[in-house]
Write a protein that binds this ligand. Sequence first.
Ligand SMILES: *[C@@H]1O[C@H](CO)[C@@H](O)[C@H](O)[C@H]1NC(C)=O
Ligand SMILES: *[C@@H]1O[C@H](CO)[C@@H](O)[C@H](O)[C@H]1NC(C)=O
Ligand SMILES: *[C@@H]1O[C@H](CO)[C@@H](O)[C@H](O)[C@H]1NC(C)=O
Ligand SMILES: *[C@@H]1O[C@H](CO)[C@@H](O)[C@H](O)[C@H]1NC(C)=O
Ligand SMILES: *[C@@H]1O[C@H](CO)[C@@H](O)[C@H](O)[C@H]1NC(C)=O
Ligand SMILES: CC(=O)N[C@H]1CO[C@H](CO)[C@@H](O)[C@@H]1O
Length: 874
Amino acid sequence: MRKEKGAFCLFVLFMALAVLCESRVVKVPAGPLVRVEGQSVSIRCDVSDYEGPPEQDFDWNLIPDGETSVPLISTFEPLYTDPSMMDRIRSGDISVKKLADDAAELTIRKVRASDSTIYRCSTPSTDSSVKGNYYADVELKVIGDSLKVAPAISQPTVSEGESVKLLCNISRAYTAHTSLSVTWSVRKGTTSLEELLTFGPDGMNVGQAFAQRYADGELTLVLPGGGSYGLIMKGVKPEDKGVYVCTGREWTRQPGGGKGWQNILERSEEMGNVSVTPLAQSLVVSLEKNVTLNVDDTLNLTCSVAANGLLSLGMEVVWLVKGLSGSDNQQVLLHVGRDGQVLTGSELVGMSRVQPGTFRLLLPKVQPSDSGLYSCQVKCWLPQGSGGWYQAAEKTSDSIQVRVTQLEPDFKVGLTAPRIPQFTDDPTELLCEVTNLLNIQDGRLSVTWSYANVPEDTSRPITTIASIDHHGVLVPGDLYRQRLGNGNIAVTRSGLSTFRLQLLHTQDKDMGFYSCSVAAWTRGHQGEWNKAKELKSIPVEVQWSSKTPVLSVAAKQVRGASTGGSTFEMSCQVTGQNIQNPGYSVLIRFEDTAGGKSRKVLSLSADSILQLEEGMVPSRADSVTLEKTGPLEYHFRLHGAQVSDRGFYYCDVTAWTRDQSNTWNSGVSAESNKIQLDFADTGPVFNVSIYSDSSQVTPGDTVKMECIMSVQGATSNTGEVAYDVQWFQSPAQTMENGAVPLISMDHWGVVKKSGGNESTLCSIERTDRDTFVLRVYHVQDRDMGEYYCTAKLWHFSPDTRLWSEGQKLTSAPVFLSINLALWDSMKNPVLYGLGAALVAALLSIVLGLITSRCCFSRNPMHTPRSKLMDLEMD
Ligand SMILES: *[C@@H]1O[C@H](CO)[C@@H](O)[C@H](O)[C@H]1NC(C)=O
Ligand SMILES: *[C@@H]1O[C@H](CO)[C@@H](O)[C@H](O)[C@H]1NC(C)=O
Ligand SMILES: *[C@@H]1O[C@H](CO)[C@@H](O)[C@H](O)[C@H]1NC(C)=O
Ligand SMILES: *[C@@H]1O[C@H](CO)[C@@H](O)[C@H](O)[C@H]1NC(C)=O
Ligand SMILES: *[C@@H]1O[C@H](CO)[C@@H](O)[C@H](O)[C@H]1NC(C)=O
Ligand SMILES: CC(=O)N[C@H]1CO[C@H](CO)[C@@H](O)[C@@H]1O
């Protein structure tokens, strides 16, 4: 049957060949076919241009060495197979299948390495003649699975904007007839793989999502060769984070010589996690510490930026300032763009880029209004795409405090005491000196003096003595107002920086601690004065041992008056202690009885002015003296002590000190012991003397004779003495024999004349208290003779209020002589005789002068008697 059929086929073939001159063509795919062990391979075999029946048979043989042929399988003969291959045929591993009359396919389900050989497809001839080829060979190569993918990532953590290199090494053992491809892809989160780029086997393919970035040049393929494939991804962004996967594929050409590729091997390896640190996370913007500047200084602030990938960053810097008070708004001081262009800001402010990431702000000539909280804001830009940028992060530094202050005045205060009192009432002088004065410019100083009685005790109030304010006005403290007002305390200023406090009379209560407090005042913006600094001196202690002045006076009797009219003397010795440069005034006081009423007698002032005090009658001024007889000794003398002077005398001494103005100020006083002046009251003592103005009278003249009493021991102003006066004309002896007085006046003023001789005419007159005048009228020769007066003293005792009789005294005699008629007769001869004697005397004088002249001799001249008065002329 087959023969028939074959014959028919051949016939047809023949016919066809006859018509077309055809010849048989057996065709298998072009080889070699490459398969990996275990993979399946199907080899199709076509036959055409044959004669005979349309249905053809196919035999597959193996040609291991090019000559021997090992039958493998046949579509026609089941027993065709070589026994060595039987098992695989039976197991169906190797099979053949008719695809059409003229096509069959050999399939090996799992190729083995040993399957690598030449496979021959042959068709038994149905042709009328042998024409064309009856078989075709194709080589099958079974290779091992040697594909290896070794990925590597340059760094697992990259910063935003940086690049990451995704490296993939692919290797395989067999390279002929196959091609490789490498694919980079990423899995973000749980989503499926996203392809970045595939290289090979023909050309390159970019994943859809990455097309733009590839176009922007952010994906670069690096092919160093040797199976190493790198992909550099630039400008990574946080969303690029994920697990990167590298897939290597081995391709073989599609059977049939088409353009397509068949993937025979594929291997994927996770390259690892790439985590992207956002720029915002690594960006640190900082400013330095707080600054304090003086006016006109330059503000110099440095803003430091730290970030990963600093160099590739574009930075936009904004300097912000906010006033110090909470209500102030933040303002932009300076805004510099990425390209260094100033977007906002005045010309005064400058910013420089010291080095990448370091910006320096300079603001010259700062004013207090520039004080504030400064911060620096940095916006970081990263390149994106072709020439584009995007803002990746923005950070503002902590603000620092800039304080602009005026230069504070500075100085030192020293307090010294040029004068500290040694005694109460001494002057005190304190000097408050300001030194090392800085930054005062047009400022001023004020001073406040204060006093405290204990040092450094805050619980005790400090008393303000006075201030000199910054206008130079003296402001007295309340408690010192009066003493400042009367000049007792002086607060002055000398020069710019020296202040003086003077206490003219330092009192015990002024002892304590004095300090001065100096304040510097500066002008504010509105011209107001502000106290910029105040410093207090260390207190100075004003202290002296407060010795109370002691004054004592000791009186001593120098001469006691034993009788009335005698002299009384006493001295006072003054002892002063703790009195500085004293002067003493001495007052003599008198008391009738010890402890009785005191009268002032006489005083000697500190300036040695003697004064009779009101307790002494002016008429006795000459009776008392007070003298300074030693530095501290005073001498009092009382002449003619009277009864009324009896009593107690003592010194009342006052110590005086001189103040600044040299006037005396009284201090302590002291009284001495009392010295008694006492004597027995013997009544007044007196002398009587007689006086006549004319001792030689001619008869008929009136003669005047005075009986003068001088009284001592009694006050003489109140008529406390009186006299019984008698005039006698007779020799003293006769008087003693009971002569009769010529005339008398008793102490009542009653005049009595002796009645006997009528011829003597006389009168008696009391011209003052102590003078009694006797006048004898028409003297005759019988009136010639001795005259004398007697006087008996009467004195009034204030104690007894009675007149008492005192001594009786007789005066010396006075002689009254009378020129009789003899004198008249002798008058002329005597005158002539005297005249002649005078001429002779003159002549002798002239002669004597001439003689002395001629002889050039000088003889002492006889002084003429100037006065010739002789009352006793017999
Ligand atoms: C990839 O190959 C290069 C050179 O061929 C080699 O230097 C590198 O270490 C390899 N990397 C890996 C991950 O094997
Ligand atoms: C990648 O990171 C994710 C979480 O960040 C983690 O769950 C995963 O296991 C990591 N994969 C690799 C390959 O390290
Ligand atoms: C700067 O000054 C402010 C305000 O006085 C203060 O709170 C801050 O601690 C200061 N900072 C430094 C670094 O001294
Ligand atoms: C600013 O301060 C820095 C140091 O902090 C210094 O090097 C620089 O010279 C200063 N610039 C000016 C203008 O003072
Ligand atoms: C009285 O005179 C005598 C003699 O001249 C004299 O010594 C005496 O002191 C006088 N007495 C008085 C109290 O004056
Ligand atoms: C009383 C008395 O004295 N008489 C005399 C008066 O004067 C004559 C003359 O001188 C005397 O002789 C008296 O004795």
